[in-house]
Design a binder for this molecule. Structure first.
Ligand SMILES: Cc1cc2nc3c(=O)[nH]c(=O)nc-3n(C[C@H](O)[C@H](O)[C@H](O)COP(=O)(O)OP(=O)(O)OC[C@H]3O[C@@H](n4cnc5c(N)ncnc54)[C@H](O)[C@@H]3O)c2cc1C
Length: 386
């Protein structure tokens, strides 16, 4: 089916029809999808498979669905993307890895970036040829993001950026970094920040991977030494970076939980073969929490699809999702601790160990769990100095 055929009909069909047609496509494309399996323990190889999956989806038109036509998509909403991810995971074709950032970064580009710039870069993100990193945290600015020090000064032609970012997920693979930088004074705190897209191939950029406890170097550190950024790469307004970054973080804490819970679900399902009666209670608890994440995520997806703001409720989703992730991987560890502790035999077990170890740190990214609790207390429950 040509790409026009696939998405000329997105506007006129129900989500149910969409899912049926996507299933038909997966069945008809089995020979193209088959090389994506089995998943490899080697992280670089997994990233390459995720890139190939994006390429296949894009070529067939599915990868453009859920993104506005004026930005290079085929129309539709986040509900189409969510249904597609659900089907891909269910069918065992794997998930997005570095392209998880599509769900974090791309909505902000669509909402705040220069439309021509978005139209130029979004298709290369969607087709897997280029990925993005998010550069907010710095060595001395994490929870207190408004204290960040990476600076950009306008020289009459371009913005000149100097400073350093850290814990930058997937920077090793990224072409672009959506960064938050200081264009005002330190005293202006969050009012003196601006968001910009920095080309990681520009002179003056150095990216260095950071090896994690699970052996992967998914995180990184990036320094900017006199890096030139043209004005059309400002995302939102100069001095308006806080607003754009809160919009981005609402997606990272909120709608992203949909994609993340699908991976946990498949891991819980695939480990069921080793479960004994003794593990019933733990597995039941994990399954129940997964259902909770799914329900609250659907609520946020529906809000996003109807163009309502996600707002501080996303903090609740982030908290629930990370706690669920730990419940799931704790259950898998307890069901078969040898598999998680000594994964010598298979790629599948090595991946499980990597994901178990990764689940130890998920209460930190996107804002630590203490900060999410603070948001809930202040902005949802109205406690303290809201
Ligand atoms: C897996 C992973 C991926 C990440 N990816 C990215 C990325 O792609 N881009 C990016 O910009 N950043 C990324 N980060 C960084 C992340 O956003 C920061 O680590 C996080 O915001 C916490 O900041 P920090 O590490 O400086 O810790 P700190 O802010 O120093 O916090 C240390 C501890 O003190 C607590 N704390 C701090 N302030 C308060 C307070 N006021 N009240 C109560 N408790 C407080 C925190 O909860 C935490 O437990 C990632 C982190 C991880 C773990």
């Amino acid at each position: 089916m040509g790409t026009d055929g696939v998405y000329a009909r997105v506007h006129e069909s129900s989500l149910r029809d969409f899912v049926d047609r996507f299933r038909d496509w997966m069945a008809a494309s089995e020979s193209d999808l088959a090389p994506l399996l089995p998943a490899c323990a080697d992280y670089d190889a997994r990233v390459e498979k995720a890139r190939r999956l994006r390429e296949l989806l894009y070529e067939a038109g599915w990868g453009r669905i859920g993104w506005p036509e004026e930005a290079g998509g085929h129309g539709g909403t986040i509900l189409h993307r969510a249904a597609m991810y659900d089907e891909l995971f269910r069918a065992g074709w794997g998930g997005p890895t570095v392209f998880e950032h599509l769900e974090i970064v791309a909505p902000t580009l669509v909402r705040y970036a220069d439309p021509e710039f978005t139209r130029a870069v979004l298709p290369t993100f969607l087709d897997g040829s280029e990925s993005w990193a998010q550069g907010f945290s710095e060595p001395e600015a994490g929870s207190d993001l408004a204290s960040l020090r990476t600076r950009a000064e306008f020289d009459g032609t371009d913005w000149i950026v100097n400073g350093a970012k850290i814990w930058t997920s997937w920077v090793k693979y990224a072409r672009w970094c959506l960064a938050l930088v200081r264009t005002g004074t330190p005293e202006e705190r969050h009012r003196g920040l601006t968001m910009m897209a920095i080309d990681l191939r520009a002179p003056g950029v150095t990216a260095r991977p950071i090896r994690q406890a699970n052996g992967n170097d998914e995180l990184g550190e990036v320094t900017f030494d006199g890096v030139r950024v043209p004005p059309h790469q400002i995302v939102g307004e100069v001095g308006g970076g806080w607003r754009a970054s809160m919009y981005l973080l609402a997606h990272e804490r909120g709608t992203l939980s949909w994609v993340r819970h699908l991976g946990f679900r498949e891991n819980l399902k695939s480990s069921s073969k080793s479960m004994s009666e003794n593990s019933d209670r733990q597995v039941g608890e994990a399954a129940l929490q997964l259902l909770g994440v799914r329900s609250t995520a659907i609520n946020l997806l529906a809000r996003e699809a109807s163009e309502q703001e996600l707002g501080p409720d996303s903090a609740f989703n982030k908290l629930l999702t990370t706690r669920t992730e730990q419940t799931v991987y704790n259950a898998l560890r307890d069901i078969d601790s040898a598999r998680v502790a000594f994964p010598h035999d298979s790629d599948e077990d090595s991946i499980l160990q990597q994901e178990y170890l990764f689940s130890r740190i998920v209460t930190i990214y996107g804002g630590s769990q203490q900060m999410q609790l603070m948001t809930i207390a202040r902005h949802i429950l109205g406690l303290g100095n809201a």
